[in-house]
Design a protein around this ligand. Structure first.
Ligand code: GDP
Ligand code: IMO
Ligand code: MG
Length: 421
């Protein structure tokens, strides 16, 4: 059985926490897309783990952690992450890196900086070299994990450094020295070589043996290069299609698709955000939810939950169940607003699309709910939640038409209600 966990908004919905929970019974946990632009936080016994590249499932002893072919890997960051886990006495023997995953080089990071600086409408990228690395992949000059450990590496990197230097020089940026990069990356190659393998076969062996596989989505639907708020998006498909292309797992093997959301919403980076509260309410939500980026530490923009966008994410990804985090956080507010439709030129509708002119003309239609849920962190059954929380959650299900399967009641592993169907 292959189950998938995907973000439904702008990322940071708490995917890591849901994956950590599902990985308890998983044989394999696999990252499919993105790179170290992701930051997935898990709290275990008060200790914080922030994952950028390694699937969060690695915390579960015995679960194989796979970095799929759709991921772009900065080897320096990956090695730091491995070393950090080892320092916390977490075994990293079960890590497998796809030989097809593309590698991020320092010139990708320089290009990310250059492009962002020169953009009039800034995207607010994480400046981790993600977009430029995917550009090379599609330009067909990318260097994959298998190339990093191949005798052809020197030739490939020399071509790439020369061509990137031409651009960097033209814009007055510092050029890279090929030999320095070769030396640095040969060290990384030697370190990572034992982990690099053909993960497609590993995953399919798991499927043949009826193993439990969890696919860990990074980023989210509204950051998707096709379906998100283009151009204010990331350079991959964090939606369901990216799970198939980023792992080599065919659609017919996929079972549950869990869509993760927060009981409010947040965004890092620029671009439209329909239910943003760029005011004291947004500031209050940020403080209550500790909404500061795991990767870049940037304060996150905050606002209300948008069910028009959520329904769009449900539609595109074929979401079968919702995982709603931070119910404890909205419960600290006196009043909660929920966007149940958009008003476009006077007409009420439920249509999300990434036409930015259309979005600019839409206005959220809100319903208001009572908050003050009290301390819900210890509650284990949905029926034991306070009435105000139940009303809010039931309304979300009614509008979106998908059942809630997980309810986050705090940041820790055990702060979660698993809804019995
Ligand atoms: P991800 O990128 O989707 O994995 O999410 P992040 O880790 O970037 O951001 C989610 C943040 O919310 C983290 O700090 C989590 O510890 C925290 N979190 C997740 N679920 C809950 C919840 O139910 N309640 C509270 N208070 N915090 C949560
Ligand atoms: P997780 O997996 C939130 C955003 C960046 C920026 C845009 C493009 O933790 O949910 P990029 O560096 O990818 O080219 O930046 O995408 N972004 C994220 N925002 N959570 C993430 O990942 C993100 N990954 C990228 O802030 O707006
Ligand atoms: Mg995150």
């Amino acid at each position: 059985m292959v189950n998938v966990v995907l973000g439904t908004f702008f990322g940071d919905e708490g995917k890591g926490k849901i994956i950590d929970f599902l990985s308890e019974n998983a044989d394999i946990s696999v990252r499919c897309t993105g790179g170290n632009n992701a930051g997935h936080t898990i709290y275990v016994n008060g200790e914080k783990f922030a994952f950028h590249l390694i699937p969060s499932g690695i915390l579960n002893k015995g679960t194989k952690a796979v970095i799929g072919n759709g991921v772009v890997i900065d080897p320096k960051i990956l090695i730091e992450e491995i070393e950090n886990l080892k320092a916390h006495n977490i075994e990293v023997n079960n890590l497998f890196i796809s030989d097809k995953a593309h590698i991020i080089f320092p010139y990708h990071i320089a290009m990310d900086n250059l492009l962002e600086e020169r953009r009039i409408d800034k995207i607010g990228t994480t400046k981790r070299g993600i977009g430029p690395a995917y550009c090379d992949k599609y330009e067909r000059c990318g260097i994959r994990a298998q190339d990093l450990i191949s005798p052809r590496f020197r030739e490939m990197i020399t071509k790439n450094v020369n061509s990137k230097n031409t651009i960097l020089k033209a814009y007055g940026y510092e050029e890279f020295h090929c030999e320095e990069i070769i030396k640095e990356y040969e060290t990384y190659a030697a370190y990572l070589k034992p982990y690099i393998t053909d993960t497609v076969y590993l995953l399919h062996e798991g499927i043949q043996n009826n193993q439990n596989i969890v696919c860990e989505g990074a980023q989210a639907t509204l950051l998707d290069i096709d379906f998100g708020n283009y151009p204010f998006v990331t350079s991959s498909n964090p939606t369901i299609g990216g799970v198939c292309t980023g792992t080599g797992i065919g659609a017919k093997y996929i079972g549950e698709v869990y869509g993760v959301l927060k009981a409010y919403s947040s965004k890092v980076g620029e671009g439209p955000y329909m239910t943003e509260e760029a005011n004291q309410i947004g500031d209050l939500i940020r403080e209550l939810g500790h909404e500061y980026g795991t990767t870049t530490k940037r304060p996150r923009r905050c606002g209300w939950l948008d069910l028009v966008a959520l329904k769009y994410a449900v539609m595109i990804n074929g979401i079968t169940g919702l995982a709603i985090n931070h119910v404890d956080t909205v419960g600290k507010l006196k009043k909660i607003k929920l966007c149940v439709a958009y008003r476009y030129k006077g007409e009420i509708n439920m249509r999300y699309t990434n036409n930015l002119e259309y979005l600019a003309e839409c206005e959220p239609v809100y319903e208001e709910f009572d908050g003050n849920f009290g301390d819900i962190s210890h509650i284990k059954k949905r029926e034991d939640l306070p009435e105000n929380a139940k009303k809010y959650l039931t309304r979300i299900e009614q509008v979106v038409g998908v059942p809630i399967k997980f309810i986050g009641t705090g940041p820790e592993r055990e702060n979660m209600i698993v809804v019995k169907s």
